[in-house]
Design a protein around this ligand. Structure first.
Ligand code: DC
Length: 212
Protein backbone atom coordinates (compact mmCIF):
# COMPACT_ATOMS: atom_id res chain seq x y z
CA UNK A 1 0.00 0.00 0.00
CA UNK A 2 1.47 3.34 -0.90
CA UNK A 3 0.70 6.30 1.35
CA UNK A 4 1.07 10.04 1.11
CA UNK A 5 4.49 9.90 2.84
CA UNK A 6 6.11 8.89 -0.46
CA UNK A 7 4.51 11.71 -2.43
CA UNK A 8 7.42 14.11 -2.25
CA UNK A 9 10.05 11.44 -2.85
CA UNK A 10 12.37 12.43 -5.70
CA UNK A 11 15.72 10.71 -6.15
CA UNK A 12 18.63 11.97 -8.21
CA UNK A 13 21.23 9.23 -8.79
CA UNK A 14 24.64 10.48 -9.87
CA UNK A 15 27.33 8.01 -10.88
CA UNK A 16 30.69 8.17 -12.57
CA UNK A 17 34.40 7.46 -12.21
CA UNK A 18 36.73 9.10 -9.68
CA UNK A 19 37.37 12.84 -10.03
CA UNK A 20 34.90 13.42 -12.87
CA UNK A 21 33.25 16.20 -10.87
CA UNK A 22 30.25 14.26 -9.61
CA UNK A 23 30.68 15.26 -5.97
CA UNK A 24 30.79 18.97 -6.77
CA UNK A 25 27.84 18.65 -9.14
CA UNK A 26 25.85 16.55 -6.66
CA UNK A 27 26.40 19.04 -3.83
CA UNK A 28 25.46 21.98 -6.04
CA UNK A 29 22.25 20.43 -7.35
CA UNK A 30 21.23 19.28 -3.86
CA UNK A 31 21.63 22.86 -2.65
CA UNK A 32 19.83 24.26 -5.69
CA UNK A 33 16.77 22.04 -5.27
CA UNK A 34 16.88 21.83 -1.46
CA UNK A 35 17.42 18.04 -1.52
CA UNK A 36 19.39 15.99 1.02
CA UNK A 37 22.80 14.78 -0.17
CA UNK A 38 24.75 11.59 0.45
CA UNK A 39 28.27 11.03 -0.88
CA UNK A 40 28.23 7.22 -0.93
CA UNK A 41 31.96 7.10 -1.72
CA UNK A 42 32.47 8.28 1.85
CA UNK A 43 30.81 5.10 3.13
CA UNK A 44 33.39 2.98 1.31
CA UNK A 45 36.16 5.35 2.38
CA UNK A 46 35.05 5.06 6.01
CA UNK A 47 35.14 1.26 5.71
CA UNK A 48 38.54 1.47 3.97
CA UNK A 49 39.93 3.70 6.73
CA UNK A 50 38.78 1.29 9.43
CA UNK A 51 40.21 -1.66 7.47
CA UNK A 52 43.58 0.15 7.35
CA UNK A 53 43.40 0.27 11.16
CA UNK A 54 42.99 -3.50 11.19
CA UNK A 55 39.21 -3.82 11.47
CA UNK A 56 37.37 -6.42 9.43
CA UNK A 57 35.81 -4.45 6.51
CA UNK A 58 32.53 -6.38 6.56
CA UNK A 59 32.12 -5.68 10.28
CA UNK A 60 32.97 -2.02 9.72
CA UNK A 61 30.30 -1.82 6.99
CA UNK A 62 27.70 -3.57 9.17
CA UNK A 63 28.35 -1.11 12.00
CA UNK A 64 28.27 1.97 9.75
CA UNK A 65 27.16 5.15 11.46
CA UNK A 66 26.86 8.68 10.11
CA UNK A 67 29.60 9.77 12.54
CA UNK A 68 32.17 7.55 10.74
CA UNK A 69 31.84 9.83 7.71
CA UNK A 70 33.59 12.63 9.60
CA UNK A 71 36.85 10.73 10.15
CA UNK A 72 39.71 13.13 9.33
CA UNK A 73 41.71 11.24 6.68
CA UNK A 74 38.96 9.96 4.38
CA UNK A 75 40.14 12.02 1.38
CA UNK A 76 43.70 10.66 1.37
CA UNK A 77 44.99 8.65 -1.61
CA UNK A 78 45.77 5.71 0.69
CA UNK A 79 42.18 5.54 1.95
CA UNK A 80 40.82 5.98 -1.61
CA UNK A 81 42.74 2.93 -2.78
CA UNK A 82 41.65 0.85 0.20
CA UNK A 83 38.04 2.01 -0.36
CA UNK A 84 38.17 0.76 -3.94
CA UNK A 85 39.50 -2.58 -2.66
CA UNK A 86 36.87 -3.10 0.05
CA UNK A 87 34.16 -1.92 -2.38
CA UNK A 88 34.79 -5.10 -4.40
CA UNK A 89 33.63 -7.27 -1.48
CA UNK A 90 29.97 -8.28 -1.99
CA UNK A 91 29.40 -8.51 1.80
CA UNK A 92 30.59 -4.93 2.25
CA UNK A 93 28.28 -3.74 -0.54
CA UNK A 94 25.26 -5.54 0.83
CA UNK A 95 25.95 -4.27 4.36
CA UNK A 96 25.89 -0.70 3.03
CA UNK A 97 22.79 -1.22 0.84
CA UNK A 98 20.13 -0.50 3.51
CA UNK A 99 21.92 2.63 4.74
CA UNK A 100 21.79 4.05 1.21
CA UNK A 101 18.21 2.91 0.42
CA UNK A 102 17.01 4.38 3.66
CA UNK A 103 18.62 7.71 2.84
CA UNK A 104 17.11 7.72 -0.68
CA UNK A 105 13.60 7.08 0.60
CA UNK A 106 13.38 10.19 2.75
CA UNK A 107 10.71 12.61 1.63
CA UNK A 108 11.64 16.00 0.21
CA UNK A 109 14.15 14.74 -2.34
CA UNK A 110 17.58 13.15 -2.15
CA UNK A 111 20.75 13.22 -4.23
CA UNK A 112 23.11 10.26 -3.93
CA UNK A 113 26.41 10.06 -5.76
CA UNK A 114 28.60 7.01 -6.25
CA UNK A 115 29.26 4.23 -8.73
CA UNK A 116 26.14 2.05 -8.64
CA UNK A 117 23.35 4.38 -7.52
CA UNK A 118 21.42 4.32 -10.81
CA UNK A 119 22.07 0.64 -11.46
CA UNK A 120 21.85 -1.08 -8.05
CA UNK A 121 20.89 1.19 -5.14
CA UNK A 122 18.13 3.28 -6.76
CA UNK A 123 17.31 1.72 -10.14
CA UNK A 124 13.94 3.51 -9.84
CA UNK A 125 15.47 7.00 -9.39
CA UNK A 126 13.56 9.83 -11.05
CA UNK A 127 16.80 11.19 -12.56
CA UNK A 128 20.00 9.32 -13.37
CA UNK A 129 23.13 11.19 -14.35
CA UNK A 130 26.46 9.66 -15.36
CA UNK A 131 29.29 12.17 -15.00
CA UNK A 132 32.51 11.34 -16.81
CA UNK A 133 35.72 12.83 -18.26
CA UNK A 134 38.94 11.42 -19.75
CA UNK A 135 41.35 9.78 -17.25
CA UNK A 136 43.94 12.50 -18.01
CA UNK A 137 41.50 15.33 -17.23
CA UNK A 138 40.39 13.62 -14.01
CA UNK A 139 43.98 12.94 -12.93
CA UNK A 140 44.91 16.56 -13.61
CA UNK A 141 42.00 17.79 -11.44
CA UNK A 142 42.81 15.39 -8.64
CA UNK A 143 46.51 16.31 -8.85
CA UNK A 144 45.66 20.03 -8.46
CA UNK A 145 43.39 19.26 -5.48
CA UNK A 146 46.07 17.18 -3.75
CA UNK A 147 48.74 19.79 -4.47
CA UNK A 148 46.56 22.52 -2.97
CA UNK A 149 45.96 20.46 0.14
CA UNK A 150 49.74 20.17 0.57
CA UNK A 151 50.12 16.52 -0.48
CA UNK A 152 53.44 15.79 -2.20
CA UNK A 153 52.62 13.60 -5.20
CA UNK A 154 53.43 13.71 -8.92
CA UNK A 155 50.93 13.76 -11.80
CA UNK A 156 51.99 10.38 -13.25
CA UNK A 157 51.33 8.68 -9.90
CA UNK A 158 47.87 10.27 -9.72
CA UNK A 159 47.12 9.18 -13.31
CA UNK A 160 48.24 5.66 -12.50
CA UNK A 161 45.99 5.63 -9.39
CA UNK A 162 43.00 6.97 -11.34
CA UNK A 163 43.42 4.29 -14.01
CA UNK A 164 43.92 1.52 -11.45
CA UNK A 165 40.80 2.61 -9.55
CA UNK A 166 38.78 2.79 -12.80
CA UNK A 167 39.91 -0.70 -13.75
CA UNK A 168 39.00 -2.10 -10.33
CA UNK A 169 35.66 -0.26 -10.09
CA UNK A 170 34.64 -1.29 -13.63
CA UNK A 171 35.76 -4.91 -13.53
CA UNK A 172 34.39 -6.04 -10.16
CA UNK A 173 31.64 -8.64 -10.38
CA UNK A 174 29.27 -7.01 -7.91
CA UNK A 175 27.70 -3.71 -9.07
CA UNK A 176 30.54 -2.58 -11.38
CA UNK A 177 30.81 1.05 -12.42
CA UNK A 178 28.69 1.41 -15.54
CA UNK A 179 26.18 3.99 -16.78
CA UNK A 180 22.57 2.88 -16.31
CA UNK A 181 20.83 2.44 -19.67
CA UNK A 182 18.51 5.33 -18.89
CA UNK A 183 21.21 7.64 -17.49
CA UNK A 184 21.95 11.03 -19.01
CA UNK A 185 25.69 11.24 -19.66
CA UNK A 186 27.51 14.49 -18.91
CA UNK A 187 31.11 14.49 -20.19
CA UNK A 188 32.88 17.25 -18.24
CA UNK A 189 36.20 17.02 -20.16
CA UNK A 190 35.54 20.24 -22.07
CA UNK A 191 33.19 21.87 -19.55
CA UNK A 192 33.97 24.03 -16.56
CA UNK A 193 32.23 23.27 -13.29
CA UNK A 194 29.55 25.95 -13.77
CA UNK A 195 28.58 24.56 -17.18
CA UNK A 196 28.50 21.01 -15.79
CA UNK A 197 26.19 22.07 -12.94
CA UNK A 198 23.90 23.92 -15.36
CA UNK A 199 23.53 20.81 -17.50
CA UNK A 200 22.71 18.68 -14.46
CA UNK A 201 20.13 21.21 -13.23
CA UNK A 202 18.51 21.28 -16.69
CA UNK A 203 18.14 17.48 -16.75
CA UNK A 204 16.65 17.46 -13.24
CA UNK A 205 14.24 20.27 -14.01
CA UNK A 206 13.08 18.46 -17.15
CA UNK A 207 12.43 15.31 -15.10
CA UNK A 208 10.53 17.31 -12.47
CA UNK A 209 8.32 18.83 -15.16
CA UNK A 210 7.72 15.43 -16.72
CA UNK A 211 6.66 14.11 -13.29
CA UNK A 212 4.12 16.86 -12.63
O1 DC B 1 33.72 8.45 -5.07
P1 DC B 1 34.93 8.08 -4.20
O2 DC B 1 36.23 8.30 -4.90
O3 DC B 1 34.89 8.73 -2.87
O4 DC B 1 34.79 6.49 -3.94
C1 DC B 1 35.76 5.74 -3.23
C2 DC B 1 35.70 4.28 -3.70
O5 DC B 1 34.48 3.69 -3.26
C3 DC B 1 35.73 4.10 -5.22
O6 DC B 1 36.97 3.62 -5.69
C4 DC B 1 34.70 3.07 -5.52
C5 DC B 1 33.89 2.89 -4.27
N1 DC B 1 32.48 3.23 -4.42
C6 DC B 1 31.64 2.22 -4.84
O7 DC B 1 32.09 1.14 -5.14
N2 DC B 1 30.30 2.45 -4.90
C7 DC B 1 29.79 3.65 -4.60
N3 DC B 1 28.47 3.84 -4.66
C8 DC B 1 30.65 4.70 -4.20
C9 DC B 1 32.00 4.46 -4.13
Amino acid sequence: MSGPATETRFVVAIDGPAAAGKGTIAKAVAKHFGFAYLDTGLLYRAVGARALLGENPVEAARNMETGFLNAPNLRSAEVANKASEVAALPDVRSALFDFQRHFAQRSGGAVLDGRDIGTAICPDAEVKLFITATPQTRAKRRFEELKQSGTKIDYQTVLKDVKARDARDMSRKDAPLVAAEDARVIDTTALDIGQSIEKAIAFIRAAQNANL
